[in-house]
Design a protein around this ligand. Structure first.
Ligand SMILES: C[S@@+](CC[C@H](N)C(=O)[O-])C[C@H]1O[C@@H](n2cnc3c(N)ncnc32)[C@H](O)[C@@H]1O
Length: 428
């Protein structure tokens, strides 16, 4: 039942535009109808006709945890060959532990609430109604909370800062949950460990779907209440180029995903988790993809470093102006090159006083690498070089500091993020 270090995929059984629907499990949803998945029958003949030279993917349908999950889907949702509606009357708040969840103080954020629910249900093992789903979940993750502080230091600066924040958030919410449960729910307190909580938090982070939900009086409103778990649906992997539509349909009470891509038999079916670059994919899901069309490098840090040591006239005034106009955060470079906001910043920073008086005329020009002034290009070159210097510096740091105590996957991820950054900066 243990799932570790592998990545099951959903495979198209026919050359179709695949359509999946599933019910979601959220912290506060009212009872939901569940219609699981429309599974197309695979004719044996069709499989036999498959060309010899095609490499058949290795199916994981026979794996006990997936079989259990399918069996569970069949038992509770009538999952067999066609989508069959069924009903789940439970939500986290209507289960055995709902009384605690509703009284939690300070109120739980949606993610923490689902995490508490998962920790508890996992602890109940086979007694839990959710056991087949919980057993089908990965045992660990490669998201930031799983990185040691040393491993975090291998990451590029910006993503490192966000990864540290994410890890801190898990630790802080865990502490709050310990404090509350110690006093008001000792049964839970006795079984609660940081390891389990981190696991549950990561389940929610990496596997939940987006769903607009109504206000819930029991949840902390500082975080939007729009996440839900969708068993089986959460086996779908991400591709940055997948062309899909995914939304909860209140008319059918189904979470519906439609793909506009075509698949041949035995292809892996992908969905898109959103237009996410490698940083976000890593921070939220613990992986990244080379050649991701959504990748970009934020240049704000490099810009501020370079302009501190360069002689920039009226520097503070120019920086304030760029900040006021909201141009600082969009200074990026991608596989397509440097952003318009970056070029505006470069032109602004090289202006003399007279040019600065007519600054607004800049906004009407489409500045690109081709049309930028030589001074702006020169400054831009210095900033890109600073970025490349930082990447090389971090790569050397990894080389000198890694040891057997580090998790090899974590080190690989850090190196991959640096390589992606280097590739974009070099192209620019
Ligand atoms: C919603 S789950 C998808 C199912 C998952 N592969 C599993 O084993 O259950 C999301 C996780 O799948 C993995 N994943 C999804 N798309 C991926 C991809 N294109 N490359 C590598 N890992 C991916 C990541 O670990 C991510 O956190």
């Amino acid at each position: 039942m243990k799932r570790q270090g592998r990545s099951p995929r959903l495979v198209a059984k026919r050359a179709i535009n695949y359509e999946l629907s599933a019910t979601i499990y959220s912290a506060q949803l009212p009872p939901l109808d569940m219609e699981a998945f429309r599974r197309q029958r695979v004719g044996r003949r069709r499989r036999h006709r498959k060309k010899q030279h095609e490499i058949k993917p290795v199916s994981c349908a026979h794996e006990s945890c997936i079989m259990e999950l399918r069996k569970w889907m069949k038992d509770v949702a009538g999952f067999s060959t066609e989508l069959t509606p069924a009903v789940f009357h439970e939500t986290a708040f209507t289960t055995q532990i709902g009384t605690y969840l509703k009284q939690w103080y300070p109120k739980l954020q949606p993610q923490a609430c689902i995490a508490v629910f998962l920790v508890w249900e996992r602890h109940r093992h086979k007694q839990s109604h959710w056991y087949p789903y919980i057993t089908s979940l990965p045992e660990d993750f490669t998201t930031p909370p799983y990185f040691t502080d040393k491993e975090l230091s291998y990451l590029p600066d910006l993503v490192q800062m966000k990864a540290r924040d994410e890890k801190k958030k898990v630790v802080n919410t865990f502490d709050e949950i310990v404090t509350f449960s110690k006093q008001y729910w000792t049964e839970f307190y006795k079984v609660l460990t940081y390891k389990d909580y981190r696991w549950a938090w990561s389940v929610v982070n990496t596997r939940s779907v987006y769903m607009e939900m109504e206000h819930c009086e029991y949840l902390d409103e500082s975080e939007p209440n729009n996440i839900a778990l969708a068993p089986f649906l959460d086996l779908l992997n991400h591709s940055p180029t997948a062309n899909i539509k995914a939304e909860y349909n209140p008319n059918t009470a189904l979470y519906e995903i439609t793909t506009y891509d075509s698949y041949k038999p035995y292809d892996q079916v992908f969905i898109s988790y959103g237009c996410l670059g490698s940083h976000k994919l890593f921070l939220n899901y613990g992986f990244c993809i080379p050649g991701n069309v959504n990748d970009e490098v934020e240049l704000e840090e490099h810009v501020s470093k370079v302009i501190k040591r360069e002689k920039i006239q009226h520097r503070d005034k120019k920086i304030n102006l760029l900040k006021q106009k909201g141009l600082v955060s969009g200074m990026t470079c991608s596989n397509e090159g440097l952003s318009w906001k970056f070029w505006i910043a470069m032109e602004t920073l090289v202006m003399d006083w007279d040019q600065l008086q007519k600054w607004s005329s800049l906004m009407t020009v489409d500045i690109t690498e081709e049309t930028a002034t030589p001074a702006a290009k020169n400054l831009a070159r210095g900033i890109i070089q600073e970025g490349l210097f930082q990447v090389r510096h971090r790569e050397r740091y990894i080389e000198q500091n890694t040891s057997d105590a580090d998790d090899a996957t974590h080190v690989d991820l850090a190196q991959m993020l640096l390589t992606l950054e280097k590739s974009i900066l070099t192209k620019s």
